[in-house]
Design a protein around this ligand. Structure first.
Ligand code: BTN
Length: 334
């Protein structure tokens, strides 16, 4: 179980880091840092030790003070807080070196009243969930996180939230990588016919009102080709494989969460239609041949368009147009 009060304790360390960084590699005395932060020199020293434990390299010399040499390459709330500029999402952050699933922690926190936008990040997940109850491969090197959302919606009208997540993540990753990313309904993201991002939206609702939605996002960021299990190699890829170099996962996470923050506001202000239009404008699989497996049936046809609720319209081989609100969509060779 997670201690909810833990998130706020990092504020002093964040200010301390900012003060060290403002000095661009120079020394700052413990006394000056203490004055700036309104804490004692002993307390400055304790926070510096704690930062070292988290992987920050800080040099301390008698009579000169402290200077920041380097920041760790891990997903840490302090690093995320330093870079993240959002109005709502990620104001409260929890980071873990390893979890079963960020979805589980997000559910626990939301049940205990965590504020909207709470962000849960893991370096690695051992029991991550994919859509349709599938296991989701999420080793170190990826970016795995969940967000607590509380949209004022009826439970049957939440499909645009799933679409919104896909559009927002694809836009941020396109900006960061320049890769040719394609959305597959509702929100998988592919690059050159291989999946690079998976998104899972789960919710707790009463009959007429959503209590909260947990939006879980997995980005295969810096995963080596050999790290994927055999069965995933033909169908999954990572940004590192496609780009040939690593990208900063903290930057990636922050840009993705900022994009989600913008699109979530668009959704709250302008409603589902704005999201559906944005989805249509993003490179997507409309016009492609698909096979859809839903709880009711399996059918083949052409992905035509989205309807006003975000459902996928598929024209079957017999000419009928069917609406798909849930199911597994596979792209077929055209
Ligand atoms: C899918 O493509 O089937 C959806 C995958 C969603 C994976 C993410 S990773 C972060 C969050 N935690 C989980 O257990 N699942 C989601």
């Amino acid at each position: 179980m997670v201690n909810i009060s833990a998130a706020s304790k990092s504020q002093v360390k964040l200010e301390l880091l900012r003060a060290l960084e403002a000095n661009t590699g120079g020394f700052v005395s413990g006394e000056k840092l203490g004055q700036q932060l309104g804490i004692s020199r002993t307390s400055v020293w304790k926070h510096i030790q704690a930062l070292r434990h988290q992987g920050y390299a800080i040099e301390s010399l008698p009579r000169q003070g402290h200077r920041l040499l380097s920041c760790p390459d891990s997903l840490l709330s302090l690093e995320i807080q330093k870079q993240l500029h959002t109005r709502l999402l990620g104001q409260t952050i929890y980071c873990f070196p390893q979890l079963t699933s960020t979805q589980n922690i997000a559910f626990q926190l939301a049940q205990k009243g965590a504020p909207e936008g709470t962000l849960i990040v893991a370096e690695e997940q051992t029991g991550a969930r994919g859509r349709l109850g599938r296991f989701y491969f999420s080793p170190r090197g990826g970016v795995w996180f969940s967000l607590v959302l509380k949209p004022p919606l009826q439970p049957q009208l939440t499909l645009p939230i799933s679409l919104m997540a896909g559009v927002a993540v694809a836009e941020a990753l396109k900006g960061l990588s320049g890769l040719p990313l394609v959305l597959k309904w509702p929100n998988d993201i592919f690059v050159r016919d291989k999946k690079v991002v998976g998104i899972l939206t789960e919710m707790v609702a009463e009959s007429d009102r959503v209590q909260f939605v947990i939006c879980g996002i997995g980005v295969n960021a810096n995963i080596e080709p050999g790290a994927f299990p055999e069965e995933l190699r033909p169908i999954a890829t990572s940004l590192k494989i496609e780009l040939g170099y690593e990208i900063s996962r903290t930057t990636l996470l922050c840009q993705v969460v900022e994009s989600l923050d913008r699109y979530y506001h668009l959704f709250l202000l302008q409603g589902p239609q704005a999201i559906i239009e944005a989805w249509r404008r993003s490179p997507n699989m409309l016009g492609k041949k698909v096979r859809v497996s839903s709880p009711e049936e399996t059918m083949k046809g052409m992905a035509l368009d989205l309807d006003s609720q975000g459902a996928l319209q598929v024209q079957t081989d017999t000419g009928l147009v069917k609406q798909v609100v849930a199911g597994d969509v596979r792209l077929l060779e055209n």
